[in-house]
Design a protein around this ligand. Structure first.
Ligand code: ADP
Length: 256
């Protein structure tokens, strides 16, 4: 606990004394520390792609542009890094909007299997390109009340992760169903898994099990933080089961 003391001298009949008022400022300090850490993380995350952009642009200006092969290779890196930077900035803006509760959900009644299938169509090709099998096990004809764009964003984040952390030849299973008072949707993969000690932390902003791998796959480290906020905005909850070397399964529950 961190206590702050305000001391006031008092003069009484029996002599001089001090009145001490103690304030518990643990929570304030903790918030301050989290804010400082977040700013440091953001700066670091932004600096890495910018340094790389600058380095490759300078090398091109210094003469590498004369060589057509090098020129192409470096321009591709610059393009790739700027896309990642754009994604990172987009995720940061999105997260700050969601966290400050400026996001208004546009709730609509929709058939769950339709919405899920529509979302899957936008990412299916990429999944096949990564040589992964995709299985859909969707209970038909039940209606849910969600913000369709935000729900798709949740699913795409989970599916992109399943894709990034599952080696070629593996599979992803997306299922959904309804119970009496709730409905659920699950994304399971046969990928690298998440060590038990990291599991409680992966929903934190910028927490990654393997930084290099996340960067390589174009990750921003913010995907799951966004997912968790959006699920909670829908009054839902998210559960994780994972075993290193076997796979990972995220299950979301929403009230009906
Ligand atoms: P990133 O952009 O790094 O993927 P996320 O917030 O989406 O950031 O995920 C945080 C971390 O959780 C990832 O860096 C990865 O280590 C781990 N992770 C997320 N999903 C999976 C998965 N399906 N399989 C294995 N690890 C995962």
């Amino acid at each position: 606990r961190i206590l702050e003391a305000n001391l006031t001298p008092v003069w009484g009949e029996t002599g001089i004394g001090v009145v001490a008022v103690l304030h518990d400022i643990t929570a304030i300090r903790h918030l301050e520390q989290m804010r400082t850490e977040f700013v440091a993380n953001v700066s670091h995350e932004l600096k890495t792609p910018v340094t790389s952009l600058r380095g490759f642009a300078e090398t091109l200006l210094d003469g590498a542009a004369e060589d057509p092969e090098m020129r192409r290779e470096f321009l591709e890196i610059i393009h790739h890094e700027s896309l990642r930077l754009e994604r990172l900035i987009g995720d940061l803006l999105d997260l700050s909007k969601i966290e400050s509760r400026k996001v208004r959900l546009n709730l609509e009644e929709v058939r769950a299997d339709d919405l899920i299938q529509r979302t899957v169509r936008t990412i299916e090709k990429q999944i096949r390109q990564e040589e992964l099998d995709l299985h859909l096990e969707l209970e038909k004809s039940f209606t849910v009340r969600v913000d369709q764009d935000r729900f798709s964003q949740i699913l795409i984040n989970l599916l992109s992760n399943a894709m990034s952390y599952t080696p070629a030849g593996g599979s992803i299973t997306l299922s959904a169903g309804k119970e009496e008072k709730q409905w659920w949707v699950q994304v399971a993969d046969t990928g690298i898994g998440i060590p038990e000690e990291d599991q409680p932390r992966i929903f934190e902003r910028f927490y990654r099990v393997d930084k290099a791998r996340s960067r390589e796959s174009g990750g921003t480290g913010l995907g799951l933080a966004i997912v968790k906020h959006l699920v909670e905005a829908h009054h839902g909850s998210i559960h994780l089961e994972s075993r290193p070397g076997e796979g990972t399964c995220f299950t979301l529950y929403f009230p009906l």
